[in-house]
Design a binder for this molecule. Structure first.
Ligand SMILES: Nc1nc2c(c(=O)[nH]1)N[C@H]1C(S)=C(S)[C@@H](COP(=O)(O)O)O[C@H]1N2
Ligand SMILES: [Mo]
Length: 517
């Protein structure tokens, strides 16, 4: 980059200087806005959604068509959010650079670009669910700081005829850059709620369960490479629309239960911990899971049966749905019946013996066997409204997904892996199958579309988890295709015709191609 005065153009400021001025002003805008947003959160002013970059990202996620979202989840998996935030950063960088270059030709026009960007960000902030008018304050103040910085860096000092001297420009740029760094770092510190929620989670003492889960040893087959029966928290798939994970302290959590009820109820975390909590082992699954995909995970959950909770509020007899809302504004509709029949649907506080990880819903989430996550598994849940499907709608319903979505019977081949080289002779073909709420009675495997053969099923602790299966194959040299299919406990076979993710989940048989050598 040549910042020297000799590169000076008729417009006075060298291009590189102008571009740098734009980028530094942009960085200062974001730094100031985020610092102010963090302070508002600290002092509980506004709704806590004042960060312009996060708001733009979330508004973008909201407006993303379902197919694109599915593609992003499939392509980037759990990194889809990082990819989005980095993309926003790159777009912002380019636009800031452009603002600088435009300002070089016409200062007012360059400032106009900044105003336009700020207006878009302010609109995104103001339209977040539950946004408060105060939330736009950080964006506005940040924009003013950015405008002043850009103007200062682009205006030659009084008396100068040559444009900025290199040294004067660098001094100004250094000051703006330092301002951006300091505000950016301070916003990190002020978002100390980050450390707050970690401390809050670390302070949780999990009460003993009044009903404990003991897993039979036979749930786990001794097959290398098979999906472990229990998914480690660190390996558990994550799907949600939150760009920054909601950081809600247990001390601040409240659950309101209301709507078509005999009497309303509010629950604090301390009160929840004193209730008789039970353990349940449940496999949850995402509707976006492809045939053979890994958006499913199994854990032992500790929580309070939602049926026991609902009993205390006396739902109206004509209610048929519970609309749950999370602290970040996600809404999820669950058939009332799935929450009141049996005592397996939980208001969960722990996962595999630990308080819920923050990204899996700390302090409290729902876990309901047999329903895809988007119609049951509300993380960071704070509100339950007893209502009717003909009165209320959840987030995904107008976006092309069914209002009700039971998990479809599925099976998957884990070993051998796709395109694996398998030594000839005896080889284990193994995987998992699930039909939460019903259970699995049989899994079959076939080679090269030949006859179906029965696999051996591992033990299952109940109907609500996946079950491992293994089939011993006498592998002959050559390229072979393997397929599997499952039958539920009622003898109903898995649907072999393929169906897309929308509106309510895929069907089709998993297959894998291997080379036996
Ligand atoms: N607040 C909130 N809860 C949510 C979601 C969300 O976007 N926001 N996504 C749901 C979906 S689609 C799924 S599949 C499950 C995933 O839970 P996990 O991330 O713990 O695996 O969470 C559900 N709960
Ligand atoms: Mo999902």
């Amino acid at each position: 980059m040549n910042l020297s005065g000799t590169a000076s153009t008729p417009h006075g400021t060298p291009r590189a200087q102008a571009a740098l001025a734009g980028v530094l002003a942009g960085a200062l805008t974001v730094g100031v806005a985020d610092l102010l947003a963090a302070l508002l959160v600290r002092f509980r002013i506004g709704s806590g959604q004042g960060s312009p970059v996060i708001a733009v990202g979330e508004a973008f996620v909201d407006r993303t068509p379902g197919w694109l979202k599915d593609l992003a989840i499939r392509t980037f998996g759990a990194n889809d959010k990082t990819v989005l935030l980095v993309s926003i950063g790159v777009v912002l960088l380019v636009l800031a650079l452009v603002a600088g270059l435009v300002a070089r030709v016409r200062l007012a026009a360059g400032l106009g670009v900044v105003v336009l960007l700020a207006a878009v960000a302010a609109a995104a902030v103001a339209t977040r669910p539950g946004a408060s008018p105060l939330d736009v304050l950080p964006t506005l103040v940040g924009a003013v700081a950015g405008l002043l910085a850009l103007r200062a860096l682009m205006t030659r000092p009084a008396g100068s005829t040559q444009g900025w001297s290199r040294r004067a420009f660098l001094r100004g740029a250094g000051a703006v850059g330092a301002g951006a760094l300091v505000t950016g770092a301070a916003s990190r510190v002020a978002t100390g709620s980050v450390t707050d929620v970690t401390a809050s989670r670390a302070a949780v003492r999990l009460p003993a369960a009044v009903e404990k889960v003991t897993l039979p040893a036979g749930v786990q087959l001794p097959v290398p490479g098979i999906t472990p029966f229990t998914t480690k928290n660190s390996d558990f798939y994550r799907v949600d629309t939150a760009l920054s994970v909601p950081r809600l302290r247990a001390e601040d959590w409240r659950l309101k239960v209301h709507g078509m009820v005999g009497r309303e109820l509010t629950l604090t975390y301390a009160e929840l911990l004193k209730l008789p909590l039970v353990e349940r082992v449940t496999t949850i699954t995402c509707v976006s899971n492809e045939v053979g995909g890994d958006l499913a995970g199994n854990a032992v959950w500790l929580g309070y049966p939602i049926s026991d909770l609902l009993q205390q509020v006396a739902p109206a007899s004509d209610a048929d749905m519970v609309l749950s809302t999370s602290v970040d504004g996600m809404t999820i509709s669950t058939p009332l019946q799935n929450l009141t029949v049996g005592r397996d649907a939980l208001l969960a506080i722990a996962m595999n013996g630990e308080p819920l990880p923050v990204e899996h819903g700390f302090p409290v989430r729902m876990v309901v066997p047999g329903l895809y996550g988007y119609v049951s598994a509300t993380k960071w849940v704070t509100d339950l409204k007893v209502t009717r499907f003909d009165r209320d709608q959840a987030y995904w319903t107008p976006r092309g997904y069914s209002a009700k979505a039971p998990i479809k019977l599925a099976s998957r081949i884990d070993v051998p892996g796709s395109f694996a080289k398998v030594p000839k002779g005896k080889a284990a073909v193994a995987g998992v199958a699930w039909a939460q709420g019903t259970g699995i009675s049989r899994v079959q495997v076939r080679v090269d579309a030949g006859p179906w053969a029965n696999a051996r099923l591992a033990d299952a602790p109940g109907k609500n988890t996946w079950v491992q299966w293994v089939w011993e194959w006498d592998a002959r040299p050559g390229t072979h295709s393997l397929e599997c299919r499952a039958f539920d406990a009622n003898g109903v076979p898995q649907i072999s015709a393929s169906a897309p993710i929308r509106p309510n989940g895929t069907t089709g048989l998993d297959s894998t191609s291997v080379q036996v050598v």
